[in-house]
Design a protein around this ligand. Structure first.
Ligand code: ARG
Length: 506
């Protein structure tokens, strides 16, 4: 019973483009896991099926998730003015665009999967690459999942508590239920997970369309006064505040690098990869601008900054008897995003343990369902802990801080390789000023909030990264393993009914 580790048709699949890259592997339960070299010794010829249109759809589908439905309030609060918050929204779009263009060079230069992992390996060697996979499996992916599920819960609960602050415990409970449901979907079958993905992706576009049309209608009626409101707060815009405002905004744009996980499947990548980026990211930026204007066409700046779920407030003001449409569309959209994020997280975990970078058990698949259940469960457990411990805003800070360390690292990798591998073929070459610029901005984004207002979250993130090194040396570099690990692995294998697998998926 070989299973084709099916991706879904590109474009509609992925919340995260990465899912598409991990296709075509025949998983044969019972076979042994292959060593680190496997992926390169035994290339699978992935079909190049992502054209320009699918590329753009993949970028747009990944980037639009929960952020545009939760971030606008926080961003307004953090910047203290409509004008500055609008500038931050646009700057986040620009930064994502520039970052993605640099990734286009990296992705066409080194087409092996794993994106950042592969670039760090090339530019800096093993330890930084390990740190990346360590942090992305332990921190980045679970926190994405936690943030999206908390946003889901906010919207699922809000209609029932009518515009007052929903009880905190209830939101967390619903978020945990969402995680468990998504875990069940992804453990049950790969097909189900990809179908959920395809159907739910449409919902977010509907939600955006409703908001933009509604806002346009209001503006045509002449409802422009909130857009002209002066600063409503005494200027809170310190440098650190602006940086965390960027965190909030950049969350909504996260996923701009996801096409890099499917470079092998892009038709004519040196042309279509940069082109999809140049079309897709400004398109999202444009949508976000319109949505922000629409929100302000319907509510005042203060109402928006105070709103717990800004799209619900929008729906209540504008849609009358159809107001239920908004929370419904947003819950479906966020559920889909979380599903896509877990789908990818499972594969990431798989890839990292295949490299010997995580516990073996995390790369095993279920005997009959062929789903990477241990990895999925592992991620979900961390995500649940984050939901219980954190809030959307603190998790977004935690996530963005960590993510931008690595995005900055990728810029550095690009710059370093211009010197260390000057003659490597670069089908797409980005103007060198761009990675320098993004590197400087990411340095600012990482340092400014710490200097301005040290938070425990940043310390945790730093501890995770450094903790990674402590694990790397004994267990990866020197190859030690814990004496009782075998027994635990066997025990878990029996409980979960999972087996090692030979995989050729990239
Ligand atoms: N930008 C998305 C949102 O607003 C989050 C994407 C999470 N990142 C990812 N690679 N899936 O919810």
């Amino acid at each position: 019973g070989g299973l084709v580790w099916r991706g879904c048709s590109a474009g509609s699949d992925a919340e995260d483009g990465s899912s598409g890259a991990l296709t075509n592997g025949d998983l044969n339960p019972g076979d042994k896991l292959e060593g680190p070299g496997a992926a390169t010794d035994d290339p699978v010829h992935l079909k190049r099926r992502v054209g320009l249109f699918s590329g753009v759809a993949l970028i747009v589908g990944t980037m639009i998730g929960s952020g545009i439905f939760v971030s606008p309030s926080g961003l307004l609060e953090r910047t203290g003015s409509v004008g500055i918050s609008f500038i931050v929204w646009m700057a986040c779009g620009l930064l994502s665009l520039l970052g993605a263009l640099a990734y286009a060079e990296l992705g066409t230069m080194n087409t092996s999967s794993g994106a950042e992992y592969a670039y760090f390996m090339d530019a800096f060697g093993g330890p930084p690459a390990f740190l990346f996979s360590w942090v992305s499996t332990l921190v980045l992916k679970p926190s994405q999942m936690a943030i999206i599920c908390l946003s889901f819960a906010k919207y699922a609960v809000e209609p029932f508590v009518s515009e007052c602050e929903p009880p905190y415990a209830l939101v967390k409970l619903v978020a945990v239920i969402a995680i468990v449901m998504i875990l069940a979907v992804n453990c049950y079958s790969v097909n189900l997970a990809t179908n959920v993905q395809n159907i739910f992706t449409a919902a977010k576009l509907v939600a955006i369309a409703i908001i933009v049309c509604g806002g346009a209608y209001k503006l045509i009626l002449g409802n422009t006064r909130h857009l002209q409101e002066p600063n409503f707060a005494s200027s809170t815009a310190t440098l650190g505040n602006i940086a965390t405002a960027f965190y909030t905004g950049l969350w909504a744009y996260d996923g701009w690098n996801n096409l890099n996980y499917v470079t092998e499947e892009i038709k004519n990548p040196s042309k279509n990869l940069p082109l999809s980026i140049i079309i897709g990211i400004p398109l999202v930026t444009f949508c976000y601008a319109l949505v922000n204007v629409s929100y302000l066409a319907v509510m005042s700046v203060n109402e928006m900054a105070d709103s717990e779920a800004v799209a619900v407030t929008f729906g209540n003001r504008l849609l009358g008897p159809m107001a239920w449409l908004m929370p419904l569309a947003v819950t479906i959209s966020t559920f889909g995003s979380a599903n896509g994020t877990l789908f990818v997280a499972g594969r990431l975990c798989f890839a990292a343990s295949r490299e010997g970078h995580l516990l073996d058990i995390l790369s095993y698949v279920h005997v009959r369902r062929f789903t990477p259940a241990p990895g999925l469960i592992f991620h979900s457990l961390i995500a649940v802990a984050m939901v219980l411990y954190g809030t959307i805003d603190s998790l977004i800070d935690f996530f963005s801080f960590t993510a931008w360390i690595f995005y900055g690292g990728a810029m550095l990798a690009l710059i370093v390789m211009r010197y260390t591998k000057p003659h490597a073929p670069r089908p797409y070459k980005v103007p060198i000023i761009i990675p320098y610029l993004v590197l400087i901005v990411s340095g600012y984004l990482v340092v400014a909030p710490i200097v301005d207002k040290p938070q425990l979250e940043y310390l945790y993130a730093a501890a995770f990264i450094i903790g990674g090194l402590l694990v790397y040396l004994p267990f990866v570099k020197w190859g030690y393993s814990l004496p009782f690990m075998d027994k635990i692995t066997v025990f878990l294998q029996m409980v979960l009914e999972v087996v090692p697998t030979t995989t050729t998926f990239e």
